[in-house]
Design a binder for this molecule. Structure first.
Ligand code: MCA
Ligand code: AMP
Length: 501
C-alpha cells in the first residue's frame, strides 16, 4: 500500500476560495468552466455560486436537474460550498426511476436551469432556478457544515442486480482524496485543460470531469454532448486532457482513418483517459497507431470512486487498469470472499476488494445492503474479477454478477429492466441479458414470453416502454420472443441457456 499523504482539508476548491477572497487578483481571472460559448472564470464562479450556496444552506438535501450545462456545475459547486448534500438527477430518467430517486432521497428543493420544464415526478418539490449572475457580490461562505470531511457531498444513484437503484452517499473526504490521488497519478495540475462530453449525473462526468479540474485550479470545457469534432476542436485549441468511456474511444477509433485533424489533435494531448468499462484492446491499438498516443485506463466505481490507474509516468499497457492509487488498499480474494490471493502471476483470478479514504459511507436508507457490501474487516466487495501482473498492474477479467450489464459505460441491472418489462401488458415473462457490442461494450437483450403469441410487442414498443419508465440507456436493443423461458428445477431462469442460435 502506498503511504497516505492526502489532503483532507475541508476546502475542496482552494482556487475558488482564493478568487472569492481576492476578486481582483490574477487567480480570479483564470478560466474555470466552459460549456459551448458560455464560460465562467474562478471569480465569476465564486460570484454566482456563493449567493446560490447561501440560498440553499438551510436545505436538508437538494436535487439537481443535471443537464450537461453550466447551471449544473454551478449548482453542485454551490451545494458543496454550503455543505448541503446534492442528488444529481438524470434529466432523461423515466417516471418510475425518477419517482423512486425522489422518494428515496427526499430532497427539499430541486435546482434547475431557468426555463427548464420539470416532469410531474418533481412537481411536489420546491423549485429554485439556477440563475447565472456574475455581478452579485460573493457572500462569505463556507458555512460550518462544510468543514467536516465526513459530511455527505453527493448522493449518486447506481444500479444493482435486482431492484431499483441505490443511493451511494459520497462524503467530501472521498472526493478530495480521489481527486488528489489522481493528481498524483496523472501529474494533473492547474495548467491542465480538460475536455469531455460525459453526463453530469455520474461520478465520471461530475466528480472527475467537473470537480477534478476545479480542485486543481484548472479548467474544463464540456462538449454538451460527445462528438469527435468537438474533441478535435478543443484538443487543437489548448485542451490537454480527454476523459471518456470506451464507447467514445471506439467512436474516435472508427473516425480516425478519415479524419487527419482528429488524429493530429489527439497526438497533441498530454493525457487520454478511459474509464467506466473495459477499453477493448483493438480500439486502444487503433488509436495508438493513428495518433502515436496510448489511452490510459483507470478503474473505479460509484461506491469507491477511483481505485487504480495507469500512471502518467508508467507504462500504458493495453488491457490493464494500472496500479492502486495512493491511499487505496486493494486485494484479490478467493471464492470465499475473505482469503486473499497472494499471486502476482497474471493468471490467478480473484474478486477485487478495496479499502481506503476514497470509499462511500453507505447506501442511503439501505443498512442491509451497506453491510452486505463490506467484509467483516471493512473491505468493500467490488464484484469485479481480476488478475495481477508481476509488476502489480491489475487486469480486470470479468465480473461476479452476470445480472449487471455495462452498456455505453452505464451500469444497468437486469432485474430493474425485467421488472419494467413485466409491467407491459403484452409481456407474460421476461429475462434480460447483456451481449457483446462493438460500440456499447454490451447491449441489452430482452427475452420475453408474450402474453399473446399472435401479436407480441415489438422491439420499439418495449424500448419506448423501458425508456419512459427507467431511462433511454436502459432500453433493450434486441428482443427475442420465446414460448417459455428455460428454468431449473427450482423455477429459476437459466440465463446461460438463453442463446438465439
Ligand atoms: C433512443 N433515444 C430514445 C429512445 N431511443 N429516447 C427515448 N426513448 C427511446 N425509445 C434517444 C436517447 O435518449 C439519446 O438521446 C439518443 O436516442 C441516443 O441514445 P443512445 O444510443 O443510448 O446514446 P448514444 O448516443 O449511443 O450514447 C453513447 C454515449 C452514452 C454517449 C457513450 O452511452 C454515454 O454518455 N455514456 C456515458 C456513461 C457514463 O458516464 N458512465 C459513468 C458511470 P440524445 O441523443 O438526445 O442523447 S460509471 C462511473 O461513474 C464509475 C465511477 C467510473 O468508473 O467511471
Ligand atoms: P458504476 O457502478 O456505474 O460506477 O460502475 C463501476 C463498474 O464499472 C466497476 O465495478 C467495473 O465493473 C466497471 N469499470 C470501471 N472502470 C473500468 C475499467 N477501466 N475497466 C473495466 N471496468 C471498469
Amino acid at each position: 500500500m502506498s503511504p497516505l499523504s492526502l489532503d483532507l482539508s475541508p476546502d475542496l476548491f482552494p482556487a475558488l476560495t482564493e478568487a472569492q477572497a481576492d476578486p481582483d487578483g490574477p487567480g480570479a481571472h483564470r478560466p474555470a468552466l466552459r460549456f459551448g460559448d458560455r464560460s465562467l472564470t474562478y471569480g465569476e464562479l465564486a460570484a454566482t455560486a456563493s449567493p446560490l450556496a447561501a440560498r440553499v444552506a438551510e436545505a436538508g438535501r437538494i436535487a439537481v436537474w443535471a443537464t450537461p450545462t453550466l447551471e449544473t456545475a454551478v449548482a453542485v459547486v454551490a451545494a458543496l460550498l454550503a455543505g448541503v448534500p446534492a442528488v444529481p438527477l438524470n434529466p432523461k430518467s423515466g417516471e418510475s426511476e425518477l419517482g423512486h430517486i425522489v422518494s428515496d432521497s427526499a430532497p427539499t428543493l430541486v435546482l434547475a436551469a431557468q426555463g427548464t420544464q420539470l416532469p410531474p415526478a418533481l412537481a411536489a418539490l420546491e423549485r429554485l432556478d439556477i440563475d447565472i449572475d456574475t455581478s452579485a457580490p460573493a457572500a462569505g461562505l463556507p458555512s460550518p457544515g462544510a468543514s467536516d470531511p465526513e459530511t455527505p457531498a453527493l448522493i449518486v444513484y447506481t444500479s444493482g442486480t435486482t431492484g431499483p437503484p441505490k443511493g451511494a452517499v459520497i462524503p467530501r473526504r472521498a472526493i478530495a482524496t480521489t481527486l488528489d490521488a489522481l493528481a498524483d497519478a496523472w501529474q494533473w495540475t492547474g495548467d491542465d485543460v480538460l475536455v469531455h462530453g460525459l453526463p453530469l449525473f455520474h461520478v465520471h462526468g461530475l466528480i472527475l470531469g467537473i470537480l477534478g479540474p476545479l480542485r486543481r485550479g484548472g479548467s474544463v470545457r464540456h462538449l454538451g454532448r460527445f462528438e469527435t469534432a468537438g474533441v478535435a476542436r478543443e484538443l487543437s485549441e489548448g485542451a490537454t486532457m480527454l476523459f471518456g468511456v470506451p464507447t467514445m474511444y471506439h467512436r474516435i477509433a472508427e473516425t480516425l482513418p478519415d479524419d487527419p485533424a482528429l488524429a493530429k489533435a489527439l497526438a497533441r494531448a498530454r493525457l487520454l483517459v478511459s474509464g467506466s468499462a473495459a477499453l477493448p484492446v483493438h480500439d486502444h491499438e487503433r488509436i495508438a497507431q493513428a495518433t502515436g498516443r496510448r489511452v490510459i485506463e483507470r478503474y473505479g466505481m460509484t461506491e469507491t470512486l477511483m481505485n487504480t490507474s495507469v500512471r502518467a509516468d508508467g507504462e500504458p499497457r493495453a488491457g490493464t487498469v494500472g496500479v492502486p492509487l495512493p491511499g487505496v488498499e486493494l486485494r484479490l480474494t478467493e471464492e470465499d470472499g475473505t482469503t486473499a490471493v497472494e499471486a502476482y502471476d497474471g493468471e490467478t483470478v480473484g474478486e477485487i476488494q478495496v479499502r481506503g479514504p476514497n470509499l462511500f459511507t453507505e447506501y442511503l436508507n439501505r443498512p442491509e445492503a451497506t453491510a452486505a457490501a463490506f467484509t467483516e474487516d471493512g473491505w468493500f466487495r467490488t464484484g469485479d474479477m481480476a488478475v495481477r501482473d508481476p509488476d502489480g498492474y491489475v487486469r480486470i477479467v470479468g465480473r461476479k454478477a452476470t445480472d449487471l450489464i455495462k452498456s455505453g459505460g452505464y451500469k444497468i441491472g437486469a432485474g430493474e429492466i425485467e421488472n419494467a418489462l413485466l409491467e407491459h401488458p403484452g409481456v407474460r415473462e421476461a429475462a434480460v441479458t447483456g451481449e457483446p457490442d462493438a460500440d456499447l461494450g454490451e447491449r441489452i437483450v430482452a427475452w420475453i414470453v408474450p402474453a399473446d403469441p399472435q401479436s407480441p410487442p415489438t422491439v420499439d414498443e418495449l424500448a419506448d416502454h423501458v425508456a419512459r419508465r427507467l431511462a433511454p440507456h436502459k432500453r433493450p436493443r434486441v428482443v427475442h420472443h420465446l414460448d417459455t423461458l428455460p428454468r431449473n428445477d427450482m423455477g429459476k431462469i437459466m440465463k446461460r441457456a438463453l442463446t438465439h442460435d
